[in-house]
Design a binder for this molecule. Sequence first.
Ligand SMILES: [Zn+2]
Length: 367
Amino acid sequence: MRTLSIPAGRILGVEFRIHFVFLLLFPFISFTERTAQIASTPERLTALTFILLASAVAHEMGHALAEKLANAGRRAVVIFPIGGVTVFDEAQPEVTPDWKRDTRIALAGPVTSLVLAGIAALVSRVAVPQASLWPDPSLSSTNLPHAVVWTNLWLAGINMLPAYPLDGGRVLRAVFSRTMDPVSATRRAISIGRGFAAAFFLSGIWNSWFLLIGAFLFIAGQMEERSAVFQSVLETVRLEDIMLTDFATLSPADTLEDALEKAVHCLQDDFPVIRGADMVGVVSKQKILQTLRNDGNGYVQSVMNRIFDIAPKSETLASAFRKLSARNASILPVVHDQQLVGIVTLQNLMHSMGLLAETRKLRNAAM
Ligand SMILES: [Zn+2]
């Protein structure tokens, strides 16, 4: 799924992405400090931005470790200044909801931040005893040891709020999911999170950092909701609801030039190859073009892929996605009573999922 973020590598099997708001953090901090008439330097402002980023990444690593221990990992996460948001990966096997495990994973983040705050306090007591760490909780680039300690304390504290998608909100959702289906539980948690977002926005009058938290809660809530809807579409819609029933096929005896001629006249990028009543392979327009260009004309049977998966029409989109990505394929023939009744292509899957998600959003808005 597209998000406004840049990849930052893989840690503990989790793909970390940094959200673009981090780019705004530097101007944000320097503006905040200038209005508060704090004399800082670009180096110190950069250091503070880095402290925020590193603390958020460490916090997420706490979650990732807990996930790995619970065997529920393998996801991508987008890092925001006050925590991370899981990016939904459609190729991922379904993780069955388990409220105890989800609670443990949610709490691992704040615990990590608290431990880091403690370590940072100890280290700075020893290394820079003159730096004052208490009692002022506001972050400033003029006292970096203090900023390391308090960034982690703030991360732990704010994340304990029951404001989804913060960790406290995730615990709340886990509790809701004991009596509700996952999408309703997420929705309920998100609506509570929105209340907190509004409250933070208003508190922005006193402190601009609260504005930042409100913005995070809002954007992240939106992202999570989209994922939840997406997920429910994937798990409930069946291939027969979205498969293409009007499609072109090729014969293994077709020449590549004939095949290309056929391909020009339809929007399909991938074709099932049929001999009599049997499906014997699949081939893509790209493969046909490539072979024509490199080796000249030939027959479809020499370029078609003979190893392919098929799916019954009652299969869910989620399982179709897994089959496609397992083989790195772009077409999935759909069968019923051993008859080819339709095809599902990657292109057509993405397209119909977008449509289905929109219709559900509209339907939910109308309710
Ligand atoms: Zn967290």
